[in-house]
Design a protein around this ligand. Structure first.
Ligand code: ZN
Length: 172
């Protein structure tokens, strides 16, 4: 009996390295090399303004765009106004609190382009890919943004200075 076990163990020693090699090969055949993120289009461009009451008439009367929604996002301390331009939106952001992110942005840099938002599918997967590729995530997991979208921000320090938002419309 003991002799049989020993023989078995001896066989294992010779089998294992080959098995390992086989498993590695199997893994490689069944695993894709690391993929890049998948972005479908520019969902919106976020622009920080001091006053929606001043900016909305400008966008409507000068640019001829129609504001179709004004919404407050309390946790971000902003009021947002949306305009459709083709399949891309312009999101004007007015701060409701000087200590909020938009309030601080305007104090530091003045009014202007604040972030760019890319539409993606499976936002969790895109975030994971971004992190695997060394991008610094502001949101480790998606949260609810304006218009009921799932959103997450990437840190501008790892995206060449552009605050980048990913968003997914899970209601479509
Ligand atoms: Zn946005």
């Amino acid at each position: 009996m003991l002799h049989n076990k020993w023989l078995y163990a001896q066989k294992l020693i010779f089998i294992l390295p080959e098995l390992d090699r086989y498993l590695v090969l199997l893994y490689l055949l069944n695993t894709k090399p690391p993929q890049a993120m998948k972005i479908t289009h520019i969902e919106h461009i976020g622009i920080a303004v001091k006053s929606l009451d001043e900016a909305i008439p400008f966008y409507e009367n000068v640019f001829g765009l129609k504001c179709y929604n004004v919404e407050e996002v309390k946790e971000q301390k902003v009021k947002t106004a949306f305009f459709m331009v083709g399949q891309t939106k312009i999101e004007l952001l007015e701060s409701t609190d000087p200590e909020g992110p938009i309030g601080k942005f305007i104090e530091k840099k003045g009014e202007g382009v604040h972030h760019i938002a890319y539409a993606v599918d499976k936002i969790e997967d895109q975030l994971q890919t971004a992190e695997e590729k060394g991008v610094n995530l502001i949101d480790k997991s998606p949260r609810k943004g304006a218009e009921g979208l799932d959103i997450a921000f990437l840190h501008p320090k790892s995206t060449f200075g552009v605050l980048t938002e990913l968003c997914e419309n899970k209601n479509k």
